[in-house]
Design a protein around this ligand. Sequence first.
Ligand code: UD1
Length: 426
Amino acid sequence: MEPLYRVQGGGPLHGDVRISGAKNAALPCLAASLLTTEPCTIENLPAIADVDLFLEILRQLGAEVDHDAANHRVTVQAVGPLAEAPPDRLVANQRASFLVMGPLLAREGRGGCAAPGGDIIGQRPLDVHLRGFRSLGADVRTEAGRFVASGQLRGSRIVLDYPSVLGTENLLLAAVLAEGETVIVNAAAEPEVVALASLLSAMGARIHGAGSHTITVYGVASLHGATTRLIPDRIETGTFAIAAAITGGDVRLVDARPRDLDALLFKLQEIGVEVEEGDGSLRVRRRGAMQATTVQAVPFPGLATDLQALVTTLLTQAEGVSVVNERVFENRLGYVGELRKMGARIVTAGATAIVQGPSPLHGAVVQGLDVRASAALVVAALAADGETELLDIFHLERGYECFGEKLRGLGAAIDRVGVEPATPRL
Ligand code: UD1
């Protein structure tokens, strides 16, 4: 039997939980290590499958990887020469693997990558990345099913059609070694972009405006090694905050950065959840009923699309009719069918979910469809009557470190049962 999570719903969560380093900051920072021949060290690295996969991609490109998983630390040294492209089979499992294009192109004058896989939550085109590389003077084409970009990069003014997070990161990774000045207009402002820019600056890059929608990069001839400590994972923080709220619990999130979660914390308070911000910590407690609300999932600093399934799940327990609009990905409500199996009363129309609450939830066998939807189903299971089995937990384990263990530490009855498939997913 493939591994699954068995959750016995019921009691409120209590206690402290430590938040891990951010998955979505780890991946671009690992990509940045390809930009120098010197060692780059990343601390607070989460122990998750997506990081393992990216490290394997770096090894396959020719980098030396010294991974101390127990101490959440990795040193990558990409002395070179580097391979032109990562193996297609690795790229097929992860959207962020496309982040190797920017560094390979900037450093080697040529980089390739197959169309990446990842969560099935919408079309997820790559035009922002590819147009940006072209603006920097690269020739971009497809060869044998791969995207290949080549050429000497020159700084330019790049106006993004959409503030794509990975798109902005890929262009930053390329522009730092381009000759002259690059301005990225309509850039993504997510904290993970800032985390990448801060590592790149520590490596000798000259970047201004990261965290705003206009980023200016003054190209330098070469970069050197550096060490960075990853920011706390704001989506993991939000997940545990919502788990605390849905169970009527009282949980302190330690090593968190509340400022990265303004939109969620504001919503939680609006619906009746108590939130207390500390210095690097956050206490979330619910004592009374919750009220329905409206929610929009939008780019930062609005409510993160990665929290949309979790917020919808929470709203199944709020009194009244809530409306959730997903405005980033066009197909990110697939999990609603699974929530309905547990008794949720939700209808969808396009990218809008209409939630009628409170609806008592009951245990069921449900399937994780992507990393965040899987977490939402576990959160639902914590508040449900009886036992829930979550299948396809490899999605969840791509992005959450020790999820079951952390929840057990807060008093949840959750077990990981079954055995790993004979062929590893890497
Ligand atoms: C990143 C995050 C993901 C999060 C998402 C939105 C990582 C590893 N993943 O994904 O967890 O859900 O940001 O916050 O950091 N788009 C285009 N053209 C492009 C690229 C994207 O039209 O070239 C569109 C997408 O179809 C989507 C929207 O832009 O509708 C947002 O996508 P984007 O910001 O690129 O998400 P990712 O960077 O893939």
